[in-house]
Design a protein around this ligand. Sequence first.
Ligand code: SF4
Ligand code: SF4
Length: 257
Amino acid sequence: MERRFHCTACGKCCSGSLPLTLADAWTHAGRFPLAMVWTPLRRENKAFHLASRIGATVKLGGRKEIAVLIATTAYMPDSFSCPELGSDGRCAIHAAKPLRCRTMPFYPYREEADQADLLSPRRGWECDTSAAAPVVYRDNKIVARGDFERERGALLQEAPLMRAYAEYMLKYMPLLADTLAAGANKGAGGTAVTSLSSFLTATRQRDVSALASRQLAVLNEFAARTAGRAELAEYHKHYAGWAKEMDYLSKREQKPA
Ligand code: SF4
Ligand code: SF4
């Protein structure tokens, strides 16, 4: 089986949340409002084993175990275009855009053999899948695999940090396990979100004050953009609360980890 695909750079997929590698999150901390998004998966899910390797496993009551993907995420409502999307539909940081944008439409949080459906453009997207487009997926394998492997490799490399974070959060926020259990039962879309500051604290990241200063400016901007919009009240509450945490971290004197 062969699938063809060419990105025409229409910019139609550049909206909503965007999972980032940690390196990309730090690079773009002055652009995107960052959060940690947890996606719980039950054992029956096709991505369970992969999620156990790049995320964490969590034991629930009744000896049930789920896998949880934990992604540093540019956390934005679906109705918001990426802040780097120009009015001409082009990416303003094309040469420096995150790995997630380079690997599109492939998704390294899923098995390589489970990518075919991602090559069908969603309604309104202008991806070229005609006979003129190059073959990008053959016999369940990605043809030009450089970006996919770089992104997958980065996720595998940061996995121990994500596991340490999960352990910390489940110890100090035991109710999180209940949220994850409920999310796993819901299937697709059952995610939980926690603050970047909790990750920075739990994993004793270095250079936190400079990073927090960059986030503070972005979070304040997004808090202002979502203020007074009932449908975005949850986002507004997060942005405003996280801005306070980043304000604190930006002023805190850093001690070596
Ligand atoms: S960084 Fe560029 S390619 Fe990535 S979502 Fe934003 S506009 Fe699109
Ligand atoms: S919707 Fe398709 S063509 Fe448009 S930018 Fe995204 S991947 Fe490219």
